[in-house]
Design a protein around this ligand. Structure first.
Ligand code: UDP
Length: 321
């Protein structure tokens, strides 16, 4: 018997997960966080620490013995636990592949037993080397060869998507898959390679901002609170089940322009320096030159549009550091 709304958030101590947990608790829900603290931290949950509606289980999903019973009595599951960051993926490909496959398998199996609505977080990395102007959910996907560790992340998340869709078809599990594009904001750490916290930290400290390649590659940055808004809207939309959605901003900026904007906005004296990809990552590293989502599918169904400007994002992220 479900007494009140109760959500399970795997990876709830991570960057996006912790913002989602705050939002759910703010909405009056109970939340169980399952997080092994490999990249997430308890500090990320500081604002809700000790809240009676929050329970934190410090374990891997795959090691959580009560998983089936917790999920069985939940209103829904947000599965965000995953290996994160391009640098971590390149450094530890075995861990990346196994984490992404195993944890998702466990979540879907547990949710499948009680048809518990589940949202699986995937990534824009699955679009791989596509050179389209913008990426749509129905696009064919172009992943690089297995000798390049970078693509193992995309491939493992893509397998998660296939598995989710298999549970939809074979077990009628109400699953929604979201492909998260570059998400930024307070609590994101630059430790695993993410560009914006690195640029902001360098600019604040007066150190050079290191731009990889020639910096002409572009990305679209979405504020984490906007991302959380999209996730909660999709949760409230049963017709989203069985479908894949891009979630992000479609406002595009070149990385070297981002670096210049951070320096200008924070009134920093930091210079920009350029580092070849082989030195930044690994020999043969392939970056995506553009990565812009077609966001119309999610907008049409939920009304979601990312609304926070890059200037505000930089301001608020810098203030939180
Ligand atoms: N990047 C950079 N300097 C850094 C970290 C990243 O120039 O210190 C570049 C990176 O090569 C990529 C972009 O910034 O083109 C975004 O990198 P991030 O790791 O944040 O996300 P990605 O889009 O690669 O998943």
């Amino acid at each position: 018997m479900k007494t009140s709304w109760h959500y399970v958030v795997t990876g709830g101590a991570g960057f996006i997960g912790s913002h989602l947990v705050e939002r759910l608790i703010g909405e009056g829900c109970r939340v169980t966080v399952i997080d092994d603290f490999s990249t997430g931290t308890i500090e990320n949950l500081r604002s809700v620490a000790g809240h009676p509606a929050l329970r934190v289980l410090p374990t891997k999903v795959s090691d959580c013995r009560e998983l089936a019973s917790i999920v069985a009595e939940a209103t829904g599951v947000y599965h965000l636990a995953a290996a994160v960051g391009v640098e971590l993926v390149i450094r530890s490909p075995i861990q990346t592949i196994l984490t992404n496959l195993r944890e998702t398998e466990c979540v879907l199996e547990a949710a499948g037993q009680g048809a518990v609505p589940t949202l699986v977080a995937s990534t824009s990395e699955v679009y791989g080397k596509s050179n389209k102007d913008q990426f749509s959910e129905e696009d064919d996907l172009l992943i690089g060869p297995p000798r390049l560790a970078r693509w193992s992340y995309a491939c493992s998340k893509l397998m998660d998507e296939f598995l989710a869709m298999a549970y939809v078809r074979e077990r009628q599990l109400p699953v929604t898959v979201v492909r998260l594009f570059n998400t930024v904001g307070p609590r994101q750490t630059g430790r695993y390679g993410m560009v914006l916290p690195r640029f902001i930290a360098a600019a604040k400290a007066g150190r050079p901002l290191t731009v990889y390649g020639d910096g002409r590659q572009t990305r679209c940055f979405c504020y984490v609170q906007d991302t959380v808004d999209a996730l909660t809207r999709l949760r409230r939309t049963p017709s989203a089940h069985g479908q894949v959605f891009n979630v992000g901003s479609d406002s595009e900026i070149a990385i070297r322009d981002l670096a210049a904007l951070v320096v200008r906005q924070l009134a920093s004296n930091s210079p920009l320096e350029f580092l070849p990809y082989e030195q930044a990552y690994a020999p043969g590293f392939e970056d995506m030159l553009r990565r812009r989502p077609d966001i119309e599918k999610c907008a049409a169904l939920t009304g979601f549009r990312a609304s926070t400007s890059l200037e505000r994002i930089i301001e608020w992220t810098a203030a939180s550091m």
